[in-house]
Design a binder for this molecule. Sequence first.
Ligand code: SF4
Length: 311
Amino acid sequence: MQPGYLQALETGELKRRIDKAGQWSTRCCLCPRNCGVNRLEGELGFCRTGPLAQVAAFNLHFGEEAPLVGENGSGTVFFGHCNLGCVFCQNHDISDNQSTHQEVHPNQLAWIFMQLQKQGAHNINLVTPSHVVLQVLQALELAAGDGLNIPLVYNTSSYDEVHTLKLLEGIVDIYLADSKFFYSEQARKYADAPDYPQKAKEAILEMHRQVGGLETDDQGIARRGLMIRHLVMPDNLAGSDEWLQFFAENLSKDTFLNIMGQYRPAGMAHNYPELLGRVSGNQVETLNKKARKLGLTNLDQRSSGIFRLLV
Ligand code: SF4
């Protein structure tokens, strides 16, 4: 199965999507923040990103889910800044540390994609790409013309607009989607995004509509599909049970789900006493059991296995 973007390149559809993303960047409505700034003229919105993407790091990453990592690693590109901005950001050192961010032109971003492919990456894994959709598409056009041919992973907080996700239909092969706050109150308090629950649910349904459940090759490497992540938070602040119910009722039962227990207080979490707690292996295992009971069959073996050993 060849990545969708190669066909989009051949038919000229990729070019049309770039044009559309460019138009939307002049009064930026690419994500739910809907800042309305002209990013192509250097105006900055919430994501503090103008016409060029900022890259904080890129490497072969072996800490992602097994179907993305395989033998050779996932070709991870960490973008600077983010359109959500959780106060407890687990990637705070990378996402918010301006000194590590390098502005890149589309040809430089394309070069990064090609380097990762040459190093053997199983995929190009775009970490927090919601605010750089235009720049990713521009780079993809160049890299695909140069021989890029590995799957594209859109690794998102899920604070995405459906109309922007539609620009990625047939271009992104794998969606790796966070499910953060089920309720508005927490989304407002910890990310100033009270509409996160609604937007994330709509986005996850759209991603699922586009790519369906996870498909792998005969080595177990992801080729296409939706993978869901859920970071369990202290005091059930993320609404874990409710998310599981939502997945079971709305997604195919074989949708890949990683229930993650590695929450740690990071970023500005020290300003919120309730964010200083930890998540136990028992909590994660209980959620894995609940997910199985709800009929979800494709749970990340690593997290459920590790925590089974700990309890
Ligand atoms: S992508 Fe950035 S500028 Fe555009 S709406 Fe979102 S946060 Fe605002």
